[in-house]
Design a protein around this ligand. Sequence first.
Ligand code: NAP
Ligand code: ZN
Ligand code: ZN
Length: 352
Amino acid sequence: MYNAKAYSVASATSPFVSTKIERRDPTEHDVQIEILFCGICHSDLHQARNEWSGMMPTVYPCVPGHEIVGRVTKVGSAVSKFKPGDLAGVGCLVDSDGTCPECKAGFEQFCRNATFTYNAPDKHLGGVTFGGYSDSVVVDQRFVLSVPSNLDLAGTAPLLCAGITTYSPMRHWGVTKGKKVGVVGLGGLGHMGVKFAHAFGAHTVVFTTSASKRDDALRLGADEVVLSRDTNEMAKHAGSFDFILDAVAAEHDINAYIQLLRRDGNITMVGAPEKPLPVSVFGLIMGRRSFSGSLIGGIAETQEMLDFSGQHNIVSDVEVIPIQKLNEAYERLLKSDVKYRFSIDMASLKSE
Ligand SMILES: NC(=O)c1ccc[n+]([C@@H]2O[C@H](COP(=O)([O-])OP(=O)(O)OC[C@H]3O[C@@H](n4cnc5c(N)ncnc54)[C@H](OP(=O)(O)O)[C@@H]3O)[C@@H](O)[C@H]2O)c1
Ligand SMILES: [Zn+2]
Ligand SMILES: [Zn+2]
């Protein structure tokens, strides 16, 4: 075991403070990574503040962070995929059993024995796993991704969660040229959804509550922007969408979007609000529409998304911050005041 520097919270209402955590020494299958950048996902905030207490109560102290890019510093004797000096990425998963039907089908995120990057039982050290708000991490090579060398690293970190979470459902639901696709909520996930929908050739419409984001949405690749609180603007799109991706982190009216789907259209939730959303069954019955959810993506698909991003030069628009600004960043994230993802420059931890 060795000590790593990190930032943790001690309770749902405590601020982040500088700390030391224990990491395991790399076993033969492990890759040790010096973390260079870690994105701040809204899920980090939900969990740091125990907002998902019903589904996955937070164990404190909690070190969030699952949008990790860094450089390999050490590898175990059985590691073939990586060598010291390589760029590497780690997303929301660090382990799974590898034997169940979900794992065999490449859906490690649905494995009953999956280990999430933070706030999950740590099979090696006991306690819970600690995430990427840290200067290093040790991960089984099966869960370490190769990072394209042409991409900006600060902007690449958010691909490991925001990227795959939007890429995967769009691939699943057949987002391609000729399809009309909506993205609800222009935040960290939403802005990646716009970039991918545009890259897949779909006619892309952004739904936002923030009039000030209109020009950005168009610059990011949207063909149209709708202010979702304007019922007249919404009504113009009734019955016209093949697919809508909803990436909103808070309570909102899902039925207003179901009405916009055409026959057999689908709306997929990736946003994970704290409280249940009331769904009008009639909205679904009329038009055989469907409402579903999606969770990140499997490891092979995450690699596919990174390779696609490398080929199409897709990264997240980031505001790079030192880790000392973490508490301020959380307050701003709650106000949707970030364009469009915070990425922590881990060099700032060196002075702690
Ligand atoms: N399913 C998964 O695998 C997965 C993975 C990662 C994250 N998530 C979840 O996805 C959600 C979004 O994460 P994120 O990191 O993208 O968050 P984020 O950056 O905070 O973006 C959320 C966006 O939702 C919109 N919004 C916020 N409050 C709203 C309200 N009251 N009504 C309507 N719209 C509102 C805002 O967009 P506008 O200003 O444009 O309206 C905001 O930018 C979170 O719940 C997160 O936990 C799920
Ligand atoms: Zn996330
Ligand atoms: Zn499994």
